[in-house]
Design a protein around this ligand. Sequence first.
Ligand code: GLV
Length: 326
Amino acid sequence: MKPKILVTDATFPEIIDYLSHSFEVEHNQADQNYDESALIQKLQDKAGVFAYPTRRFAGPLFAACPQLKAMCNMAVGYNNIDVAAATAAGIMVTNTPDVLNETTADFGWTLMMAAARRISESEHFLRGGRWKRWRFDDFLGVDVHGSTLGIIGMGRIGQAIARRSMGFNMKVVYHNRSRLAPELEHAANNATYLTLEACLRAADHLILALPYSAQSHHLIGEAQLAMMKSTATLVNIARGGIIDDAALITALKAGVIAAAGIDVFENEPAFNPDFLSLTNVVLTTHIGSASTSTRLAMAYCAADNLIAAMAGKRPANLLNPESFQA
Ligand code: GLV
């Protein structure tokens, strides 16, 4: 008999077919938004779950689903899962690193350039029928080429962001939990390691690419925004909650920094409505990894992790090796 699994949310049909070779699959192609008790009920007879990062998995759910063996997140970030509680419950947890590095780095650049060059403002102006004649000072922005790019979180995505700056003749400064090895700094456009404060002060454009955790909660708040240049651009492609959104809104209103590009929000898909009154912020809907080929690669990666885990093999992207018994 095939093991039973749940796919928590709608996904590519070919992924359901792929999983069906190995599992009895309960899918959610209707994309229903189960609450926690419905999710627990769906998971009652399941050994594995193909999970989306929009769903929270923590101790009470694990306690209510003692037969669960593996939880495979279709995301590189896994702050939606209490990994310590999963480990205590003997559940393997996996994520989907690497396959999204380049696409997400592209998107960090997209938001940085859009914010620095005021793309959304100009487009809204045009769409609103307000463009009557060309002016010398229409939507003057800040140059990206030749500037200093700051990166907070210099993991694989941060390094891919840094590499892109070579063609733009930029200097790269970064802050990370630990300094990179010299060869990695060299490959990241000779990136210079700085303290968080020095990085905030030096950057013309600052991109956040670090994981969310209790330590990174509100890492960028009023005090940190005040350290940035008034011409600076701030981009968050990482997770909501790393920036204090209310403080960012105040800073954007007051011209403490020039512009922002924000793809992730505290409590998304809800967001602070005051963002909507600002023209100097480009807002997107958590689409950093959203190219067709990358999202498909992420889905296959999560599926392969689940297939390995259910077959008693160590999944390639196991986050809690303590949970694996060979
Ligand atoms: C998306 O946000 C991811 O973590 O992969």
